[in-house]
Design a protein around this ligand. Sequence first.
Ligand code: ADP
Ligand code: MG
Length: 386
Amino acid sequence: MIEVKNLVKRYGLIPAVDDISFTLHPGKIYGFLGPNGAGKSTTMNIMTGYIAPTGGDVLINECSILEDPEEAKSYIGYLPEIPPVYPDMTVEEYLRFVTELKGVKRDERKKQIDMAINRTRLNDYRRRLIRNLSKGYRQRVGLAQALLGNPQFIILDEPTVGLDPRQIQEIRRLIRELVITDDTVAPEDKPVVLLSSHIMQEVSAVCDEILIIAHGRLIVMDTPENLVARYHTQDVYEIEARTTEENLSEVLAPFKEMATFEFDSNDMPEGVSKLRLTFAKGADVAEVLFKTLAKAGVPVRQLRAVVPTLEEIFLQLVAKADEEYAAREEERMKEENRGNASSEEDKTEETADDAEDTSAEEAAPEEDEPNEETSDEEEKEGGDEK
Ligand code: ADP
Ligand code: MG
């Protein structure tokens, strides 16, 4: 079990992680989802002992990453956002090097390397220089090194960024396989995977539970199914019919009391109208709608219930978090101005804050860095990146 407790990380005045708490349970894949700059990498870097928090703690199997980092880290395999690069090592040399770093016993090393290579399907690439691998295969090497030392907790920061669709599928499959264990593994010892992404689709495709963060705060943690149920607060129907908006409006007049009407026929073919009807949840009116339209002789091209997608829910939650953050910032500015007004000579503070803001901008991690060269053989093997 991983317990993240009231984690805070401040860079200057700005909190990158703002009091985050959650618990991860064995045998599950968790998706850490949030827009760029939400605080995913910072949280993961703290969880894995790479950077120290401003406040809070992380317990890995009840072992504090702050008080007992050595033991806590031994339970974790981490693929950071920007993995260290060793272009002049072969895959095998690099993995051997990592087993040494992780303190894997000498007589265990070969077994572990073979296991990691098998699980990430790198058998044919053992002796290949890392510089000659496509981005997809390099990412597999990153995944392989995270598996060394047999960690129970596998933390992957944006494992599919910059990969093409086929490579994404492959990495997803490998990730899903990580939590499949045989029956000899006790339930409490089953692996836990936490992976981050800024794309909902990415997370919903592989994860059992989704944690959404924005502006350093955890907004929601739930299964994809529950998320949809939770935010499916209205019943929306979309009707496309071959008639005028006026006629459609007239025919459906009996529903005016219980629904809002929104016409949106601009993209429709000539003579076709499109109407969006929003009812309170549980209205269950599809059949009545259909009958009413049929009775009036309106040719219906389509009548469908619109269920919010996870993507829409995510965007909606993030937009709300943006507003709340803007309000908090405004409050903070006011507070600061009040402070400045009361100590008017104190001009130095302002300059210091400005300096901090700039450094925060500059330190923001880059994404989608251009790929390096790809060897010819690599191209045909699955790394068809540009
Ligand atoms: P994510 O991984 O969700 O994209 P990060 O955790 O990388 O977000 O960043 C969260 C926030 O913290 C961002 O606003 C980023 O600019 C800021 N930040 C991250 N690292 C540093 C740093 N070393 N110095 C200053 N600000 C930082
Ligand atoms: Mg990040």
